[in-house]
Ligand binder design. Structure first.
Ligand code: EPS
Length: 395
């Protein structure tokens, strides 16, 4: 079973990740991992922390001579900013530890709930772990899962659909259009492929910054090239839409997820929602719509998988809302921690990493093995069966 755990605090010494269950024989380099980390640091609206860090993974185990060994893969991402927090974040008792104590919880963040749950009178003990800084670990792990999927011609993409009240018309992605799509997304400061809307999103972020506000928005992430039959209807927890939704919802500040056109599908009659099935000798079984987002009945159906995530505005406001100072039990304005104004572009990279993990886990559950060659053989057999018996092939 493919799984991973992350550890580390935003201003601690480092973020640490351990992955178990990766098959042996997959080529991967720290450079490929760091490329994804660099993508996560970008995005108009990111805060001052991104100017301090140059996130990079130091691989400590599970990869030798450029190939996974099948053993646990571990790596760490050092926090450059730690040098400014060594006293406050000291492991041993330290006089300076409480210099940056937090007693005015930010509405929308984990501060108050975490303090109650763990009896943290200094809420810094909550926010250091609750910080979106943790997503750097997920993006680094996602780089490895992504490499596994690409070995089997499955590729991940994402786009920003809206920021605040500025919405673009989301662009559908397929194998023909994906290269040009990627070029336009990666050249946008907010990862929106529509250049004109991209400019309006940047303006909305600048206006929010001026007003002491923060902004959320919506991003879409998807996977091309997934064969039918990944995931299962036979158990509730095996349903692929449930697995991917939970992974996306686990990203800090994500408050709603839809699979395919899930929200608008709920407003339409069935004949305007379900994707009709067609057949011809050349193409075999195929569809001309994909409102289901590539998943039906808990399983991939062979169409591109796409999900959309709706992110709340970042809780830290430079014009803070009311809160309660729990050190003196008086109503006061909330604490201000250095923060982003908008992190939707960054969150779309985290979303890519989470769907990469969900798909890799479900893919290995279907055609897995202990080493890449074994998986290649299993997958080739499955693909031949799909065409021979069910006239399905990747288009
Ligand atoms: C982030 C690191 C954090 C925040 C931000 C994202 O670093 P710092 O707290 O030192 O500024 O900038 O986290 C949040 C906005 C949040 O609310 O958790 C990162 O690495 O993505």
């Amino acid at each position: 079973m493919l799984r991973y755990v992350t550890a580390g605090e935003s201003h601690g010494q480092a973020l640490v990740t351990i992955i178990e269950g990766m098959p042996a024989g997959l080529p991967i380099t720290a450079e490929e991992v760091n490329l994804q980390l660099q993508r996560r640091q970008k995005g108009h609206g990111r805060g001052g922390r991104m100017a301090i860090e140059t996130d990079a993974a130091e691989i400590l185990s599970g990869i030798r001579n450029g190939l996974t060994t099948g053993g646990p893969i571990s790596f760490m991402i050092r926090n450059r900013d730690w040098s400014n927090w060594q006293d406050i974040m000291a492991v041993e008792e330290s006089r300076g530890a409480r210099e940056r104590s937090v007693h005015r919880p930010r509405p929308g963040h984990a501060d108050l709930g975490g303090a109650m749950k763990y009896d943290h009178r200094d809420m810094r003990d909550v926010l250091e772990r609750a910080s979106a800084r943790e997503t750097a670990s997920r993006v680094a792990a996602g780089a490895i899962f992504r490499k596994l999927l690409e070995r089997f011609e499955m590729e991940i993409y994402s786009q920003v659909v809206s920021i605040g009240a500025v919405s673009a018309v989301p662009q559908s992605v397929d194998r023909v259009s994906v290269q040009d799509f990627r070029r336009r997304v990666e050249s946008s400061p907010v990862r929106c492929p529509d250049e004109s809307m991209s400019g309006q999103m940047v303006q909305a972020i600048d206006d929010a910054r001026q007003a002491g506000e923060s902004l959320g928005g919506c991003f879409e992430t998807g996977i091309l090239g997934v064969p039918p039959g990944i995931g299962t209807y036979t158990s509730w927890e095996g349903r692929l839409e449930a697995q991917l939704s939970a992974l996306i919802m686990s990203i800090p500040a994500i408050k709603a997820v839809e699979v395919g056109a899930g929200v608008s599908n709920a407003t339409r009659p069935g004949s305007k929602v379900h994707d009709e099935i067609f057949f011809d000798a050349g193409r075999g079984i195929h569809r001309s719509t994909n409102r289901a987002g590539g998943i039906e009945g808990g399983m991939s159906n062979g169409e591109p998988i796409w999900v959309r995530a709706h992110m709340k505005p970042i809780p830290t406001l430079y014009k803070p809302l009311f809160s309660v100072n729990t050190a003196v039990w008086a109503e006061e304005k909330a604490d201000i921690e250095r923060s982003d104004i908008c992190a939707v572009p960054a969150a779309s990279i985290v979303g890519e990493a989470m769907v990469a993990y969900g798909l890799a886990r479900a893919f290995l559950a279907k055609v897995g093995g202990d080493f890449i060659g074994q998986i290649e053989s299993n997958y080739a057999t499955y693909r031949e069966y799909l065409w021979k018996e069910w006239k399905w092939q990747r288009t």
